[in-house]
Design a protein around this ligand. Sequence first.
Ligand code: GAP
Length: 556
Amino acid sequence: MPYIVKKKISGKHYYYLQKSVRDGNKVKSKMVAYLGKDLEKAKKKAEEIKNQLMDKKDKGERLTKLELKNISIEELASFCKRKGFVYPSGEIYGRLGGFFDFGPLGVELKNNIKNEWWRYHVIQREEVVGIDGSIITNPKVWEASGHIASFTEIAVKCKKCGYKTKIDKHELEKAKCEKCQGEYENKGIFNPMFTIQIGPIKEDSITAYLRPETAQLIFSNFKLIQENSRLQLPFGIAQIGKAFRNEISPREFLFRTREFEQMELEFFVNPKIKCHYIEEIKNICILIYDEKAQLENKEPKLMDVYEAYKKGIIKTDWHAYWIAKEYEWFVSLGANPNNFRVRQHKNDEKSHYSIETWDLEYLFPMGWRELQGFANRGNFDLSQHQKYSKTNLSIDDNGEKILPHVVCEPSLGVERAFLVFMLDNYFYDNIRQNIVLKLNPKLAPIKAAVFPIIKKLEYEEMAKKIAGGLKKEFNVVYDKSGSIGRRYSRNDEIGTPYCVTIDDKSPKNKDVTIRDRDTTEQIRVKIFNLKEILRKLINKEITFNKAGKNVKTRVK
Ligand code: GAP
């Protein structure tokens, strides 16, 4: 049976639920869940989790990872602030709801996520190009796209507890307050676009908008991009950039903010032509929750995405292809595959431009939530812009003039991806008595920390020189303060995958040790080879044990 343990981290006490598991002939403790800082609340939460586990066991269901989360969203927010990942914006003046600043480690992780997304969607694909559109554009763009008239939500306030949120039109009659089950008061329809005035003289200024999605800059530049890059269907246009929504209830740390970044791909096709990459997605399995299962209150099913397309559950091949590819991207960068499912939007849930929408959902500590949207926008956007701008946007496809369709638009918030990689890689190591952030080395903010073990000028200078050489290629830090164990744990906590130490043998042998964050194993490598070995380790081109000579050590 799971049991509660108390742990001291950075001088504060936290409660965790653990269980004993057999590993060969040893019994080890395994983390089940984070329980918070308060013992009474921890006991209550532990009971709930134990009951959930029993329930699921009795029903023979596949265990979800809800009970296996190592950290709550509030704890993650405080960890991110403590370590320099994310700060509430303007905190010295009391913050501003829905806005966050990324600190020294956060900006690195965020840039690495964006770079990996760009590499996967643009650099590695022949038929995709990128753009960087402006945040403020001609307001006619938003008139044509339907955002001014139809990008609306209903604001509600709980009559009992005063909780404010937004709900879909179709929920208005039946929705109850998610905090206290009280009745909602309709506070009216609102449009989440931020308006601004362009021009400093009030009477001459015009009203414009901060873009609520990056996609429209792709549609409004579509013809130029296609001509400049000589693109032939099917092709994609990608963009990463800021988007703004005046959310009524920004909450849950980075999950719903008023300023965020989107990574969007508009993939243009001739709808009569089949997806010729469809075979690539065979054997990619994910939990699929279609509209029918939702309406009948059934559970999602673990299915091959390809099979889901063949059975007509996912209607188009392009949709199935991109859902599988995006899920594959997350998993390739170290996200836990058990924490994902795809859910079909019910008919009354779809956006004004969508024919069919699926969301890639992730099991956040607060439950299943949208991570990434996949809307089939058809040619709604291009035909609207064609109509409003009176510009012919059709292109030639093998002698036929067509207005291409965007059968699938993978649209992902950078901040939500940030949460996924933090949540899935945050572990408490019982032996080390320390947090270990097992980020994929490609995403890790700092790739290596370089330490002199001996506090003497000769070793310190050698370490500084090595760090300086590595810094030309990677984000590397030089660290000489505190005990070696303290330096390892400081780096484990922020996800640094490799620690390089200069020890008593280094000056004579011209070599160093590299310690692996996840296993604490160490190898010795020659200094002249160090940069190349680190490069290969980061890119997973070699395994750690094959990268150098194994070292026996007591310091973990
Ligand atoms: N172009 C399509 C579009 O914008 P969306 O479902 O409204 O579709 C796409 O947004 C993604 O942008 C979401 O799946 C989510 O990852 C992110 N996103 C949307 N609103 C957000 C918010 N207020 N805070 C953080 N991320 C948000």
